[in-house]
Write a protein that binds this ligand. Sequence first.
Ligand code: FES
Length: 130
Amino acid sequence: MNNVRNLLKKSGYSEKAIEYYLKRVNFGIIKNPSCYGIYTGPCGDTMEIYLRIKDTLILDAKFRAIGCAGSFVSGSALTEMIKKKTIDEAEGINREDVIAHLGGIPEAKIHCACLAIRTLRRAIKQYKNE
Ligand code: FES
């Protein structure tokens, strides 16, 4: 694991991002979620986001990804950020917010934060349309 930590550090991931990656924070699924989003980015990587919502409040959020370390840390960060937020607040979170929450990710991985944002917006759209 130390080698992975060092590799991530050398690549430009912050300590917080490295912790998220190693601990797989919020990785997994929610059974019978209130809504679900799936999105494949231009890079070919795919993310899924599952939300449990009561009224307009997000009680739980999980994600799965077939993708790079950038997608994993972005998925962890975003799902952490939206817990206990309203769906409108969650919808307002943008790429810069995710990167700021992480304390930085490598320049080449900034689009990976977009993958998480777009996946979340799909999930929220599904919820709003139901
Ligand atoms: Fe595709 Fe990171 S390279 S999400």
